[in-house]
Design a protein around this ligand. Structure first.
Ligand SMILES: [Zn+2]
Ligand SMILES: [Zn+2]
Length: 149
């Protein structure tokens, strides 16, 4: 299951859970995208300064215990959380066949860097980042049409 280098990109699956463990998931294959999102809606949902998205095609992400409670934050956007412990768990676009989980939920820390920072216009002014990943004012290039709420 894990490549001999131990790198996140070498793994063929990732696992994670909410804080209480009532909801668990498994993602199969390499994530389609890994991006930090600083938008105000991610800040509100998580209570933190940003969320690190780890994206999959819907068929490659399975809930292995329980399922998240869904909140439709805008049309066809489903944000998932654990109804018992409140952990932020997912961001899904069922119409596009896409779902993301978040790096903080994973059982093993990724050693792959996110490819960039989305909605950096919304980033908290006190946040000082030392990475060299691109900082986009809003959506990543090529995703300008996406609803993000
Ligand atoms: Zn929970
Ligand atoms: Zn966001």
């Amino acid at each position: 299951m894990v490549g001999n280098k131990g790198g996140w990109h070498m793994k063929t699956e990732i696992t994670g859970s909410c804080l209480c463990g009532d909801v668990r998931f498994r993602g199969v294959g390499k994530p389609e995208w890994v991006v930090n999102c600083h938008c105000k809606w991610c800040q509100r949902q998580s209570g933190g300064p940003f969320l690190t998205y780890v994206g999959f095609l819907s068929e490659n992400l399975r809930w292995t215990k329980g399922t998240p409670t869904l909140y439709e934050s805008s049309p066809s956007v489903e944000r998932g959380f654990c109804s018992k412990c409140g952990s932020t768990l997912s961001f899904a676009r069922p119409d596009r066949g896409e779902i993301s989980v978040f790096a903080g939920s994973l059982n093993e820390s990724p050693d792959t860097q996110p490819t960039g920072h989305a909605f950096f216009d919304h980033a908290d002014p006190w946040l000082k980042l030392s990475d060299s990943a691109p900082r986009w004012p809003r959506h990543p290039p090529g995703n300008e049409d996406r609803d993000n709420r």
